[in-house]
Structure formats: C-alpha cells, structure tokens
Design a binder for this molecule. Structure first.
Ligand code: ADP
Ligand code: MG
Length: 358
C-alpha cells in the first residue's frame, strides 16, 4: 500500500531518534520506585495522571514554554536548562502563594542526544525534588527543540495571591536582586562598557540560567501581601500589571532599589536599565499594608532573602500617570518598556528582549 505523505513525513521526523520515544521517557523521566516525590494517585505512565487535592485546597495551574533561540541559546548547559524550565513555572506558583504539587513536561527534541537528556533531566528533577514537585506526565515529540511545562500547585480556598489586591496606602516591595540576568545577557551581547569582570560574569550568568523560584516567599506572603507578581518581563512592566488590575497608582523610589554587588559596580544608567526593565529575574514584586512592615522584614530574615521596600501604592485619579519614578526628590522620566514577544522594539528602546538569544 502506498505510504501517505503524512506517514512519510512522520517517519522522516521519527527516524533520527535512536532510542525510541517510550524508552526515552522510561529512561529519563519515569522515576525508579522510591525516588523523588510520590504524590499523584496515578502518576507518570498512564493516560492521565490523577491528583487528589487536599480538603479545603484549590488547584493553581500555570504553563510556560521555552523555545530555543527565543528563551535560551543552543549552547546552554542542559542541566541549567532543565532547572530553568521548571523554575520559571514554579515562580508563577510562588507569585500566587501556591505550594507546588506536580508538573507535566511537553518535550520536543530534534534528536535523541543521551548526554543532553541526562543533564536536562538531572537539572529538572533536582529542582523538582527540592520543591517536592512530582513529574506526573508529559508528551515527547520530534521537532525543533522546545520545552513546555505545566505546573500544578495548591492554595487554601480564598488564600490565593492575585495581581488585583493592591490598595492605596500599601507599601511596595521586591525580593532579591533583580537585574542580574539582564547584566549577564548584555555581557553575552558584548554591549557593556566597561566589560564585566569574569567573576561578575559567572555570578550573573548563574542568575540568568539558574533562577531560584521564590516558592517559600510566596507561601510566607499568604495572608500578608495584598497583591503579588513574579518578574519575568521587567520590574516596571510587571508592576504595571498589578497597578492596572488593582486600579491604583504607585511611586517607585529608584534610590531604594536593591543593588547586587555586581550591579553596584556598574554605571547608574545601566543599573536602572537592568533593575527596572531587565526581565528574566523571577523575583517577586508585592504589596502589603504598612502596618505589616515588620512582619515582611521578619519573613525576609527568616528566609535569608533580601526584601526591599521600593515604593508606595496610591489612589489613581482620572488621567494621572499610574507610575511615578523618583531619584531622590527629583522625578525620573520613565524611558523603560517591558518585554513583549510580539512588539517590535523602537530604535530608541534601550531594552532589547530579555532572555532572548543575541
Ligand atoms: P498518550 O499517547 O496516551 O498521550 P504518550 O504515549 O504520549 O501517552 O505517553 C506515555 C506516557 O508517558 C504518559 O503517561 C505520559 O504522561 C508519559 N510521558 C510522555 N512524555 C513524557 C515526558 N516528556 N515526561 C514525563 N512523562 C512523559
Ligand atoms: Mg501523548
């Protein structure tokens, strides 16, 4: 019987795979008995995974895809890529105050490269184990390298942190040291003058390739923060989502922005570009009432994580700007735009696409 064109095309894409699809899944993504978290009622290997949310809990679900050439370079260490693919999803759970339960993995591979797969699976599953988050299923196909993760978490009924809860009078906070990932990206692109010393490059590259999702912070902010978001597209842009959803304005004080050791050594314009519009940070921006100030600081101390109060939330009257930036007592013009996959940057845009391959 004549082979259909679709079949021929399918065979052509499947052929480069030496190890078969199911062998590959069994070898790298199904955990041997007794290894890794075991939370699913039915886990990896059946048609569906089955999870049982605990009484009084709601499921929080989020998906993020990473595409070669768009979100990472082909030369990236596969273990770091595996880590990042899950980290960016755990970061969304963190922003909602959700505790990780499990995740699925949609993997599109150009070929079976076992050294690559072993590294990727190690980076992915090490982070999964760290957060007690079980790989419960997925899909594996041949094609241009792309990684899709859907993560599932749980949050008490009514306890989810949303973008819409900020209230006038709240304080505005950010975790950690945003801006490092962008500094590394610009070092890769060769745009930095003076260039980055080797030690700074290694440290900031780690921040870019191996972000630490702020899961514990998100859990600690339940019942404390009024709104939260994770910073993936740039601090100002992501803060803008909170302000729009909450119908409020904000004042951000540039001199209160936390400077990492590496950013502290850079020119001021570069510090601001990286912190305010860098992207790929996976820190949390959140709002909390001023009377909870000490509790926020205590949470940061308990987690060993710097939490910086960077501004205030205000009423928004009519056409007044949503966001006002200050450098000391002087207003600072907002020349930063946040990253958008489908918007062409204008020639005057100082911020090319964060996380994107040069
Ligand atoms: P189906 O065709 O029924 O959708 P598949 O043949 O695609 O199932 O997958 C077989 C089993 O392997 C399923 O349990 C699926 O969840 C799991 N699986 C497939 N790919 C992956 C992956 N990349 N990581 C983890 N589990 C996977
Ligand atoms: Mg399938």
């Amino acid at each position: 019987m004549a082979t259909s064109r679709a079949q021929t095309a399918a065979q052509a894409t499947i052929q480069p795979m030496s190890l078969g699809e199911f062998d590959l899944i069994a070898k790298y993504f199904v955990r041997p008995a007794g290894q890794g978290p075991r939370r699913a009622v039915v886990g990896n290997g059946d048609d569906c995974a089955v999870l049982a949310p605990a009484a009084g809990m709601q499921l929080a679900v989020s998906t993020d895809a990473l595409v070669e050439g768009r979100h990472f370079l082909s030369t990236v260490d596969p273990a770091r890529l595996g880590h990042k693919a899950l980290a960016v999803n755990l970061s969304d759970l963190a922003a909602c105050g959700a505790r990780p339960l499990g995740f699925t993995l949609a993997l599109t591979l150009p070929r079976v490269d076992e050294a690559w797969l072993a590294g990727f699976a190690r980076g992915l599953l090490d982070l999964a184990d760290e957060h007690d988050c079980e790989l419960v299923g997925g899909d594996t196909t041949a094609g241009p390298l792309a990684i899709g993760v859907t993560v599932l978490g749980e949050v008490p009924v009514g306890g989810v942190l949303l973008r819409s809860g900020a209230r006038p009078g709240d304080e505005l906070w950010v975790s950690g040291h945003p801006g490092e990932a962008r500094l590394a990206l610009e070092a890769f692109r060769g745009t930095l003058h003076p260039s980055l010393p080797a030690e700074a490059f290694d440290a900031t590259r780690l921040a870019m390739e191996c972000p630490q999702p702020r899961v514990a912070l998100g859990l600690g902010l339940r019942g404390l923060a009024t709104a939260a978001i994770d910073v993936s597209d740039g601090l100002l842009g992501d803060l803008g989502h909170i302000l729009r959803r909450s119908g409020v304005s904000a004042d951000v004080f540039a001199d209160a922005l936390p400077l990492s050791r590496w950013l502290a050594a850079r020119p001021r314009h570069e510090q601001l570009d990286c912190i305010l519009a860098g992207g790929d940070d996976y820190e949390l921006v959140f709002t909390a009432p001023p009377e909870r100030h000490a509790e926020v600081l205590a949470l940061g101390a308990q987690l060993g994580l710097v939490l910086s109060r960077i501004g205030s939330v205000g009423h928004r009257d009519g056409s007044a700007p949503r966001l006002r930036l200050w450098e000391g007592a002087a207003p600072l013009a907002n020349r930063w735009v946040s990253f958008d996959h489908f918007r062409q940057p204008s020639p005057s845009t100082p911020a090319p696409n964060p996380g994107e391959a040069p």
